[in-house]
Design a protein around this ligand. Structure first.
Ligand code: TRP
Length: 381
């Protein structure tokens, strides 16, 4: 395949591949494009504009403006996100979790964090239930290392915490028919029945804080856009259950180190895992796809192409906080003033520093893990 040919886009909760066309997704999924006014309102409450808001990581939303209205009226608001524990966490997963930390602080919001060890067991032939449960607690260390507040964060495993969530899951399940999930998720006769029930549990968390606190609390879900099927289903039944429809803010995918597609755990050479030894991660960066030319001579003459470069994308999304320095890097690249080798080397250094620091926090998280886990209601009171 040449780089000119477009790969067909697939975006479902279980597969993301091909060339992602965000405009088409916005239309297909019926969501609203992100607006400057929403970014400004969030920044006003936070006291600063997060890098991810400045750089357009959030491409679309549903009802985030309403969620902000509620907060501005003085009402309590909540957050929900989650993780399917199918392997180690990579940098792409961290983006929305960092953003949750920012929103948690800005809006003094509780965050319900769902670990779907059941979903990943049901969905992936190669994973045992014991593995996905173990990964739940490994991955929870990464969540905690993002700096979340233990008083306001409630991490739960679908399997271990089923006693806390089953009743609410049932109330959702009773309102969703097989024909609906078939249409929304494309389930077939050969789909195992666990998968058919599972969407009720992912939906349930949208109402979990409201249910536990006995009053309606607007819920915002920061997540990648591939989870949207679940929210369409949930929004249909929310009001019938007496809850608000959950709001969403959708993140773009962080690209992998290879050309095209998102960072994916199924291609370990092109993903940077939080558990990678920093030197190993640095080596992966040195092999990354760039927007460079075939020869140094050409690169000096024509300049690089940051718009297709994954190394540039990493500076853009994560590793260059300073807007002026980012602009300068782009300028240098375009005029052939910096070669890809040098640019990769600088990124590799930053990745090493980032991982070293993150891994320290991740290890410390083992000691406080319990403080972050969802407790039965009567214990928490
Ligand atoms: N289904 C998600 C996954 O496979 C996990 C998940 C559950 C989730 N609830 C969520 C992700 C809410 C984002 C927001 O990774």
């Amino acid at each position: 395949m040449t780089s000119q040919e477009k790969q067909e886009m697939v975006v479902t909760p279980w597969e993301v591949s091909g060339d992602i066309d965000y405009d088409r997704l916005i239309e297909q999924f019926g969501v609203q494009p992100m607006t400057q006014s929403i970014a400004d309102r969030i920044a006003k409450h936070a006291g600063y504009m997060h890098l991810q808001l400045r750089r357009g990581v959030y491409l679309s939303h549903r009802d985030t403006d309403w969620w902000l209205d509620e907060y501005e009226k003085g009402n309590k608001v909540g957050l929900y996100t989650g993780r399917g524990p199918s392997g180690h966490v990579h940098l792409g997963h961290l983006l929305p979790w960092f953003f949750c930390k920012y929103l948690q602080d800005a809006f003094d919001a509780d965050l319900y964090f769902q670990m779907t060890d059941d979903e990943k067991f049901l969905q992936r032939d190669e994973l045992t239930l014991e593995e996905t449960v173990a990964l739940t607690y490994e991955n929870a260390l990464d969540v905690i290392a993002c700096g979340l507040n233990p008083e306001k964060t409630f991490i739960f495993s679908d399997t271990d915490h089923i006693g806390e969530i089953y009743r609410l899951g049932l109330k959702v399940a009773k309102r969703v028919t097989y024909s609906t999930v078939k249409a929304v998720f494309g389930f077939q006769d050969s789909t195992n029945i666990g998968m058919i029930w599972y969407p009720a549990l992912q939906a349930m968390t949208c109402f979990l804080q409201s249910s536990r606190e006995g009053r309606n609390i607007p819920c915002l879900i920061p997540a990648a856009i591939d989870q949207d099927n679940y929210w369409r289903m949930t929004r249909d039944i929310a009001e019938k259950m007496g809850y608000y429809k959950p709001a969403q803010i959708h993140a773009k995918f962080l690209p992998g180190l290879a050309q095209g597609g998102k960072m994916s755990a199924s291609q370990p050479d092109t993903a940077i895992f939080t558990t990678d030894p920093p030197k190993v991660a640095a080596k992966k960066v040195m092999k990354a796809f760039t927007g460079g030319r075939d020869t140094v001579e050409e690169q000096k003459r024509l300049g690089g192409r940051p718009e297709v470069c994954n190394v540039y994308a990493y500076y853009y999304f994560l590793f260059e906080e300073d807007d002026d320095k980012l602009v300068e890097r782009e300028r240098l690249c375009r005029c052939g003033g910096i070669m890809c080798g040098e640019c990769k080397k600088q990124l590799a250094e930053r990745v090493k520093v980032f991982l070293t620091e993150f891994q320290e926090k991740r290890e410390k998280a083992r000691e406080v893990l319990d403080e972050f886990l969802l407790k039965p209601l009567n214990e928490k009171e």
